[in-house]
Design a binder for this molecule. Structure first.
Ligand code: VGL
Ligand code: ZN
Length: 203
């Protein structure tokens, strides 16, 4: 299938950044409020990629979903999600087993909505604004990103898709992600959408 290649083809070098998306307790720990099935295994697979990336001199950067107590992102405030990743709480912390070897970009800090590590959206005006991620990557001389983490059908998908118009070539390592699958098949639809947007999905 177009855009699908074997894992061993993922190649890290100094112009590559591994973007580790939202490996936080609320998504990755079975006790988390929005636990993604397989989340703990994703932390383990992300760690293996982080080690490979660092050995090749690649850059590693992390994103963190970071919400105020009330936000239209949450079901109780008009959105669709249970309360999760509230600033300063255990659920918002990066998983304790995750190897942290680079900067972390928090998204949603001002109550903005959206899933991408590159952009956030004002829930009132609908205006999109950039996070520091693209600037951090450009500053580091990055041309290619490899995206892993949680969740495939939300923040991994949005982050990888946004990397392309931001000027980076982008790949997603399927085995180092897991999907929420609110609807069965959301994972495969996410992969199809990524492929159509020019992201290489590596199985
Ligand atoms: C995410 C749902 C709500 C994610 C964040 O990190 O994929 N999913 N907020
Ligand atoms: Zn969220």
């Amino acid at each position: 299938m177009l855009g699908v290649m074997r894992t061993d083809i993922v190649h890290y070098d100094r112009e590559t950044a591994l973007v580790v998306v939202d490996c936080q307790n609320d998504f990755a720990d079975p006790e988390g409020s929005l636990y993604v099935q397989g989340g703990e295994g994703v932390v383990t697979r992300c760690n293996a990629e982080i080690v490979r990336a660092l050995a090749a001199g690649a850059f590693v950067v992390y994103t963190q979903d970071w919400h105020p107590e009330s936000t239209p992102h949450f079901e109780k405030d008009g959105g669709i999600w249970p309360v999760h990743c509230v600033e300063g709480t255990w659920g918002a912390e990066l998983h304790p087993r995750l190897l942290v070897a680079g900067p972390t970009v928090r998204k949603g800090v001002g109550g903005e909505d959206g899933y991408s590590g590159f952009t956030v959206r004002d829930p009132v005006t609908d205006e999109t604004s950039p996070t520091p991620l693209a600037g951090i990557l450009r500053e580091a001389g990055i041309s290619k990103v490899v995206v892993v983490g949680l969740a495939l059908d939300y923040c991994v998908k949005a982050t990888a898709a946004d990397a392309v118009p931001a000027g980076f070539s982008a790949a997603v390592l399927r085995e180092a992600t897991a999907a929420v699958n609110l609807q069965p098949g959301d994972d495969e639809r996410a992969i199809a959408e990524l492929t159509s947007r020019g992201v290489v999905v590596v199985r």
